[in-house]
Design a binder for this molecule. Structure first.
Ligand code: NAD
Length: 361
């Protein structure tokens, strides 16, 4: 039995998480999986109920789970809270306390949505890439850091630092993920100017030798940024350090054109993972049953794949989503400007995915 902790959070979080759970409940028995769900508070709703964005017992439940499925946190209600009581502190704390060092952000374009991309359809059709970003090291955490007044001038400094253990473990995550895909890893670096990148190239090469069935390429970060726009289909798995990954994962996401479609996973040691849609709590549409649940449902598919090893079940969920889109069903956010077609609400979109899963079983 696999324990899954649901943290629906704020805004549209509960609406989209509910649909993701229904899909997991439906798919699990067909693939011989037994899931036990528990549900807890995070973010603004936790501040209201418990005075903190993440209570310690919730963290303990997360540690005792196989995976955590999160909705979203935040909203204007809590914007005036002091910094350490803000909803997003709950998110940052759970990522840190669970030691989630690998952030996986797939960017794929469902054929039915190719027109939503800002790029021409012939460039985006068939994009299916995964950005694996190191999440707990590098420039965002390195010491020394800070600001000072030096000779009367304001100065600021940050430090990019990685050791070989940090690099090797994220490289392994990327190679393992590539084995479930098209077996190609692109390591993105800036080794012509950064010693840190030179170490990354060395260690990634060493890890590549443990995975002779996976092809490896090294790519400079500036040319990678260009190639993502010019020839995005050439990429399978991209692995890179924290800062480069922060920027490239957003660039890759934008190519797909649909915020309501993007899932993510943050993985730690031992298979524990936190899965969440990339979008936020969308307070402007919360509680109206019009949010797109597909990013949350696809986050559930990532959970099946990466925390439960249920690749077939994950594929069934993705195929169901794809067939619903092929059939022309859309939530309001997926309707292009100038296009007129009836739209489905959050619950009705979940129903369609469930129906498609029935058909695929
Ligand atoms: P957002 O992603 O919540 O919304 C941006 C726009 O996209 C809005 O117009 C929204 O209606 C739309 N949108 C987002 N998800 C959608 C979905 N599933 N279906 C249909 N439309 C969708 O970003 P924001 O407006 O910048 O932030 C709103 C709140 O969410 C803030 O409090 C912010 O701090 C928080 N936030 C949380 C997370 C997280 O929990 N991981 C991430 C980003 C923002």
């Amino acid at each position: 039995m696999h324990r899954i902790l649901l943290l629906p959070g704020d805004g549209i979080g509960p609406e989209v998480t509910r649909e993701a759970r229904r899909v997991l409940d439906a798919v699990a028995p067909r693939f011989g999986l037994e899931l036990a769900f528990d549900e807890e508070l995070i973010g603004g709703v936790s501040i209201d109920a418990r005075g903190t964005p993440l209570a310690d017992p919730v963290l303990e439940k997360a540690r005792a789970s196989r995976a955590v499925l999160l909705g979203a946190v935040g909203g204007p209600t809590w914007d005036a809270e002091p910094v350490d009581r803000r909803p997003e502190k709950g998110l940052l704390r759970i990522r840190k306390e669970l030691g989630l060092y690998a952030n996986l952000r797939p960017a794929s374009v469902f054929p039915a949505l190719a027109d939503a991309s800002p790029l021409r359809p012939e460039i985006v059709k068939g994009i299916d890439l995964l950005v694996v970003r190191e999440l707990t090291g590098g420039l965002y955490f390195g010491e020394p850091r800070g600001r000072a007044l030096v000779d009367g001038r304001r100065e600021a400094r940050n430090t990019m630092v990685y050791d070989e253990v940090e690099i090797a473990r994220i490289a392994r995550t990327a190679f393992e993920a590539a084995r479930l895909r098209r077996r190609h890893v692109t390591h993105v670096h800036k080794q012509n100017v950064l010693e840190v990148s030179q170490l990354w190239v060395q260690v990634v090469d060493e890890v590549a030798r443990e995975h002779p069935d996976v092809e490896l390429a090294h790519q400079l970060v500036d040319s990678c940024a260009m190639l993502l726009v010019k020839e995005p289909r050439r990429f399978d798995v991209i692995v890179t350090e924290n800062l480069f990954g922060d920027i490239l994962s957003d660039e890759a996401a934008m190519i797909t054109g649909s915020l309501g479609m993007l899932p993510s996973a943050s993985l730690g040691a031992g298979g524990l993972g936190l899965y969440e849609p990339v979008h936020g709590s969308a307070p402007d549409i919360a509680g109206r049953d019009i949010a797109n649940p597909l990013a949350a449902i696809l986050s559930g598919a990532m959970l099946l794949e990466h925390s439960l090893g249920a690749t077939d079940a994950a594929r069934a969920v993705r195929d169901a989503v794809s067939s619903v889109l092929e059939a022309g069903h859309r939530t309001a956010d997926l309707v292009l400007p100038g296009e007129s077609r009836p739209t489905l609400g959050c619950r009705a979109m979940g129903d369609r995915v469930l129906a498609a899963l029935g058909g695929l079983a």
